[in-house]
Design a protein around this ligand. Structure first.
Ligand SMILES: C[S@@+](CC[C@H](N)C(=O)[O-])C[C@H]1O[C@@H](n2cnc3c(N)ncnc32)[C@H](O)[C@@H]1O
Length: 423
């Protein structure tokens, strides 16, 4: 799939495509911040960097598969702006925030992408949300990143990708991303006297003015982190390391921040620490984007499945995983294709009140989702442990048999060929 990414930042969209198992052909990125571009280039040298959106001619991408982007919300979000002019920009559809959004809208009109995804802050004013909705012609979906990560982060997503649902709650907490580092431990005995326990954090006041802002909070290991801001400082998520000692806390490290955005560890390590925090806070939660993109429909015909079956079973040497490549797509994509098709079938059955079959198909989908999760976990070890992977392949083949897509299956295992009839 070819992708046009506006306001690309550190290319979280590209990580998300990879994580959703969607193969990328050309990825065109519009971004102007040098540190962000450096991070993007380190991780994806094949990305085509195109510079400033203001100068772009998007007609050259006409018919592109996917357009993604979230324009800067700095002049739009309600929390930060104090200057009168900026304040005004929160409420009217003009000024820099709107001008940058209009470039995205121009890309929609000029490139006419098959699918688009636009993201912005949940806190932008209601009339700007309505104006964006009018321009893009689809209602936004609010997704809170805390469903897939240990960070609370509410964002709005406008997309024409059909049937996007909320992700399942993975139940991740700060302790799941925490890395103990003595050098980042701070002790301040002035904290306990003014500290109070709230639901999400310990709140204290060292200013005597009742300043309740983020630097005066300690977050629980058994709780969630606050929204990471576009900020170069490390005081934006202080972590209470010992529930019984409120004078001791740990400041956040860049790798923890990356984990809160579900980025790979050290994804941003090619720029200075302050720039890492800024770029990460500016970025997307990868797993939210991967979740949304996983709903992009791809049509799989019966014929393709049969072909994959013959190819997998008759010509694969034992040293290769049969499902790793499916018409240039990886196994995840293959399974996702099937899920999408089953979902379509469910809609059709629901319309005919055939609820018994709906229940069966929903059960099939849950099996497939399980296979995807297991496949992701196994893939990292795949190079060394083919045998373990075969169990997943077997699960998958058994499933195909179950839904009548495969009459029998053959697996090559070590030296000997095992022929089975699924029961
Ligand atoms: C909210 S961030 C988007 C981050 C991105 N989604 C990511 O995953 O990292 C907005 C980005 O737009 C970039 N930007 C601002 N003005 C721009 C312009 N005129 N052309 C291209 N990019 C621009 C900023 O540098 C910033 O990285």
């Amino acid at each position: 799939m070819n992708v046009l990414s506006l306001f690309d930042g550190i290319s979280c969209g590209r990580v998300a495509l990879e994580r959703a198992g969607i193969p990328v052909g050309k990825y065109y990125a519009y971004e102007i911040e040098p540190n962000a571009i450096k991070v993007s280039k380190k991780n994806y040298p094949d990305i085509i960097h195109c510079g400033d959106v203001m100068e772009a001619d998007f007609t050259q991408y006409e018919g592109i598969d996917l357009l993604i982007g979230g324009s800067p919300c700095t002049n739009w979000s309600c929390s930060k702006n104090h200057k009168a002019k900026e304040k005004k920009e929160q409420f009217i559809n003009e000024g820099m925030g709107w001008e940058l959004f209009k470039q995205y809208k121009r890309a929609v009109d000029e490139a006419k992408p098959r699918y688009f995804l636009y993201e912005n802050n949940f806190k932008i004013s209601k009339n700007i949300i309505e104006a964006i909705t009018d321009e893009l012609g689809v209602e936004p979906i609010m997704i809170d990143s805390q469903l897939v990560s240990a960070q609370r982060r509410k964002r709005l997503y406008w997309t024409n990708i059909p049937n996007v649902t909320q992700p399942l709650d993975k139940g991740l907490l700060l302790k799941d991303v925490f890395i103990y580092d003595e050098a980042l431990i701070r002790v301040d005995h002035r904290i306990p006297p003014s500290a109070v326990k709230t639901k999400n954090y310990i709140q204290y006041d060292l200013t005597g003015r009742g300043d309740k802002s983020e630097p005066y909070r300690l977050h629980y290991l058994n709780g969630k982190a606050p929204t990471l801001p576009k900020s170069r400082t490390e005081s934006k998520c202080n972590i209470l390391v010992d529930e019984d000692d409120w004078s001791k806390y740990k400041i956040i490290s860049p790798v923890e921040a990356e984990r809160l955005q579900t980025l790979p560890d050290n994804y941003t390590d090619c720029v200075p620490k302050t720039r890492r925090f800024e770029a990460i806070g500016n970025g997307w939660t990868v797993d939210v984007i991967a979740h949304i993109l996983s709903f992009i429909p791809t049509v799989v015909t019966d014929e393709e499945i049969i072909k994959a079956y013959f190819y997998d079973c008759e010509s694969m040497p034992c040293s290769m995983c049969p499902l790793l490549n499916y018409k240039g797509k990886c196994c995840n994509q293959y399974v996702l294709d099937l899920i999408i098709r089953l979902k379509d079938e469910i809609e059709r059955l629901k319309a005919n009140d055939d609820f018994e079959k709906v229940t069966t198909l929903m059960h099939h989908i849950s099996i497939l989702n399980g296979i995807i999760v297991k496949e992701k976990a196994e893939k990292a070890r795949l190079e060394r442990k083919y045998n373990r992977y075969y169990h997943l392949v077997e699960d998958f083949y058994r499933f195909l048999f179950h839904i009548g897509k495969m009459k029998e299956f053959t697996l090559f295992h070590e030296e000997k060929e095992i022929e089975r009839e699924a029961d």
